[in-house]
Design a protein. Sequence first.
Length: 206
Amino acid sequence: MTTESADRAAMPDEDLLLAYRNRADRQAFNELVRRYERELYSYLRRYLGDASMAEDAFQATFLQVHLKCDQFEESRKFRPWLYTVATNQAIDAQRRNKRHRSISLDRTTKQEGSDDLGSLMDLLVSKEPAPDSRAESTQQREWIRQAVEQLPEPLRLAVNLVYYQGLKYREAADILDIPVGTVKSRLHSAILKLNQAWLQTEPNSM
């Protein structure tokens, strides 16, 4: 790695975008793509449930970064802004193709201010599981996947960003252009709906 490349690798995302915008530094743009290639593609793949659509949305996202870099406010953080662009591209792709994403939420998000929510899996299964409950985990994850697909779009977006991508409330709020309190209320609404659906299908499980 050259000294120049090493310097770029150490630069914050925001400085790289400004270098591309102000000096047409193509390598700075390439560094941003490299940093977010796996992370952002994974997000789009989970959101859209289709590898080809995710690849197209990824390419469209960085095309929009190129086209809209002049609109980037220097006081903002790049990552939430990038996710805003990517989410909009995913929504557009989903509408065009009339496809629904598929995500798995069998994980616990650890972030400041979110411990009260726990994980969806924790809230959807018995607090005192039977000895053979582990064998049912695959079936439970599939049920959650299908149930999340049925949530209204605003709730699915909040769940995907916070629970799956592990973004903080503030970052999710910036991406969705809504108050932090609205992000929290949407997550609670999603959990409530999923719990109600779980009780209806498995009345003896809670």
